[in-house]
Design a protein around this ligand. Structure first.
Ligand code: SF4
Ligand code: SF4
Length: 303
């Protein structure tokens, strides 16, 4: 018996998360802490409260309904005391403008499959299917495996958007139910990987090697977040090119470059600290250069 899953979004008609038109399920919880994470609402495996300041009309309904007094106003500016908030969601339900939103909800396999089945016509007509993303979807591996199995029972194409950071046995246990892996590669140097993501890259490299060694290299699309001053350095590109070159000839043929974009606003809405020291996207020249470096080892590179 599988317990419920915990998700923060279901995106319909997604066209950038694998082939065709897809439904993308975002599972909550991730063991990594990447400085540039563009889905900070997916990091914690718990409810969170988002505040959209531009929607707030300062009616103070939230202050009156909050049972623990977590919301106050000072000089017409709202403050949420997240230390005492119990994430009951009463304020978000009462807010007349949608300025407060509780992020995260439990879902059963049956409920999830009903949502997924709504898109079957689009998947069939476009060669699409279902993508599991996050957070790190393998963080809830039991629920993920069950959902993948149910997709396969319905003959649906499945994509796993993963950091690759999961124990080997956990990673192995989903392979039979995944058609395509969107697999992140971030930093080649382990110390830098630890500094900017909070974890070692050994497991990530090992799982990728295992994937190609069992003959699944053709089903892997690498993804490289291009983060100015962090991942786009010549030293890191050298390291990644060298690593990926050892996997060439085992099926891996594509890498997608994901240019950094500033998401500080999302962090503000969650009351979280945004660690990125810069806000500028990588230049066109830099992306072209990185593209050429991966093309030199025979990869197809998409930006
Ligand atoms: S209830 Fe909503 S609109 Fe009213 S003050 Fe609170 S956040 Fe703003
Ligand atoms: S989620 Fe509940 S406890 Fe937290 S601020 Fe809103 S009403 Fe108060």
């Amino acid at each position: 018996m599988i317990s419920d899953g915990f998700i923060f979004d279901i995106k319909r008609y997604a066209i950038h998360d694998g082939p065709g038109i897809r439904t993308t399920v975002f599972l909550k919880g991730c063991p990594l802490r990447c400085w540039w994470c563009h889905n900070p609402e997916g990091i914690s495996h718990a409810n969170e409260l988002m505040f959209f300041e531009y929607k707030c009309m300062h009616c103070r309904t939230c202050t009156h309904v909050c049972p623990v007094g977590a919301i106050t106003f000072e000089n017409n500016i709202q403050h949420i005391n997240r230390q005492i908030c119990n994430y009951c969601g009463i304020c978000s339900e009462a807010c007349p403008t949608g300025a407060l939103m509780l992020v995260g909800r439990g879902i059963t396999i049956e409920e999830l499959m009903k949502e997924i089945e709504k898109g079957i016509l689009f998947y069939d007509n476009s060669g699409g299917g279902v993508t599991f993303s996050g957070g790190e979807p393998l963080f809830q591996h039991q629920f993920l495996r069950e959902a993948l199995k149910e997709c396969k029972k319905r003959d649906l194409h499945t994509v796993l958007d993963t950091s690759g950071y999961a124990p080997k046995d956990v990673f192995s246990s989903v392979l039979d139910y995944v058609d395509v892996f969107l697999y992140d590669l971030k930093l080649a140097d382990d110390e830098e990987h630890k500094k900017y993501t909070g974890v070692s890259n050994n497991l990530i490299k090992d799982n990728l090697r295992m994937l190609v060694d069992v003959g699944r290299g053709n089903d892997v699309i690498l993804r490289f977040p291009v983060i100015p001053g962090i991942t786009d350095t010549e030293k890191n590109i050298d390291g990644l090119v060298e690593f990926v070159a050892t996997l060439k000839g085992k099926g891996i043929s594509e890498i997608d470059l994901l240019p950094f974009h500033d998401v500080s606003e999302k962090y503000n809405r969650l009351g979280k600290q945004y660690k990125m020291p810069i806000s500028k996207a990588p230049s066109r020249e830099k992306l072209k250069h990185i593209k050429e470096r991966f093309e030199e080892i025979g990869l197809y590179v998409k930006i």
